[in-house]
Design a protein around this ligand. Structure first.
Ligand SMILES: [Zn+2]
Length: 181
């Protein structure tokens, strides 16, 4: 891996989907109150596949972060989510398990809620019956209200690799029992 002066590096690899030539770029950055991370982005020109992830460059313990989202500051709190991070919104009964296709990213709480809304909207499209569709529509409406700050919610992000975090003084950090993850 060749590293440029800016801390970005790039290397050629085989695409996990089509086997074609893909490139992965790495960018190292410092996330305030969290530490050094490496962001990676794989892009395949042949089939358009993209995969983003975030890795920690520091030793980390499995951790769980809980934040009560009730103000614009909470919506703006920065979130680091690796592809192993699990997102829960207990009041809404929503859990998003890390799938093989999960993308790691650095965003904020609002960005995470938009991502959850996308998942719920795809459930509306793929619902097998009217009841499922109505349930998903109800959840989508609540998520939009939460994003507009008309309703508050608790968000929990847990990661057995410790590389996911909600960066806010208000967020409660606990050690995660890896057996449950
Ligand atoms: Zn490809």
């Amino acid at each position: 891996m060749r590293e440029s002066g800016s801390g970005a590096a790039e290397l050629a690899t085989a695409c996990a989907v089509c086997g074609g030539k893909a490139r992965v770029s790495f960018t190292e950055l410092e996330v305030p109150h969290f530490g050094r991370v490496m962001q990676s982005l794989l892009q395949c020109r042949a089939c358009g596949y993209r995969h983003a992830d975030v890795m920690s460059l520091e030793q980390r313990e499995p951790a769980k972060y809980t934040l009560r989202v009730e103000s614009p500051e909470d919506l703006n709190a920065r979130v680091v989510r690796s592809s192993r991070g699990r997102i829960e919104l207990p009041e809404l009964g929503i859990t998003i398990e890390p799938a093989a296709e999960a993308q790691g990213l650095i965003t904020n709480v609002e960005g995470v809620l938009h991502r959850v809304l996308e998942v719920v909207e795809s459930c509306i499209r793929w619902a097998e019956n009217e009841n499922e569709r109505r349930q998903a529509q109800k959840l989508a409406r609540r998520l939009r209200r939460i994003i507009e700050m008309a309703e508050s919610v608790t968000i929990i992000i847990s990661d057995p690799t410790g590389c996911s975090a909600i960066i806010s003084e208000k967020a409660v950090r606990e050690a995660l029992d890896v057996q449950e993850g």
